[in-house]
Design a protein around this ligand. Structure first.
Ligand code: IMP
Ligand code: MG
Length: 208
């Protein structure tokens, strides 16, 4: 499946070319992926997903918290497709919270916090919506948990995939962008809960 590759030597854009909240100006380096590009890419991911999964009822499963902005935007595009074509697909939503990060380090322990009983997904076509795949451990853990409840089909869409030697080799079914091995924030991606309120862009945090 095709995706946009952001090269390792990507310079990005200077912060002062965009509207960045004052309280983050000091902490950020550059804008790596402008919001408009995220939206345009998301629109196409929605089209690809509906093409592949659109024959059946889809349960869109949002991986909180980082996935929520991408989830909302992706679903808006899927809904727009539903509203404007002869074919349409029923869509329901579910939410799960996983945590694998402490400060800016991915840890070995993936915690599942809250969410509905996964058994409600039995027999369903499940679309897992994630913000970023780094080592792949979070997604592999979730996929193995899900497989115990026998869904009909499971596809994973991740807005971002990091190019990193720490990767387990896991690749999602749909990828928005492949990004360098940097710590990215904004568009709901956080650093210890900060930067989620940076909706305009996805940014490289200076501290990494
Ligand atoms: P993995 O298990 O190593 O693939 O980590 C995936 C999770 O770590 C993602 O769902 C994110 O929540 C978090 N994460 C990984 N890289 C970044 C980053 O650059 N910025 C913010 N969160 C990240
Ligand atoms: Mg996440």
């Amino acid at each position: 499946m095709a995706y946009i590759q952001i090269p390792d030597d990507e310079k990005g854009y200077k912060l002062d070319l965009f509207c960045v909240p004052k309280h983050y100006e000091e902490d950020l380096d550059q804008v790596i992926i402008p919001h408009g590009l995220i939206m345009d890419r998301t629109e196409r991911l929605a089209r690809d997903i509906v093409r592949d999964m659109g024959g059946h009822h889809i349960v869109a499963l949002c991986v909180l918290k980082g996935g929520y902005t991408f989830f909302a935007d992706l679903l808006d595009y899927i809904k727009a497709l539903n509203q404007n074509s002869d074919k349409s697909v029923p869509l329901t939503v579910d939410f799960i919270r996983l945590k694998s990060y402490c400060n800016d380090q991915s840890t070995n322990i993936v915690k599942v916090i809250g969410g509905d009983e996964l058994s409600t997904l039995t027999g369903k076509n499940v679309l897992i919506v994630e913000d970023i795949v780094e080592t792949g451990r979070t997604m592999e853990t979730l996929l193995s948990l899900l497989s115990e409840c026998n869904p009909k089909m499971v596809k994973v869409v991740s807005l971002l995939v990091k190019r990193t030697p720490r990767s387990s080799g896991y690749r999602p079914d749909y990828i928005g962008f492949e990004v360098p091995d940097l710590f990215l924030v904004g568009y709901a991606l956080d650093y210890n809960e900060y930067f989620r309120d940076l909706s305009v862009s996805s940014l490289h945090w200076r501290g990494s």
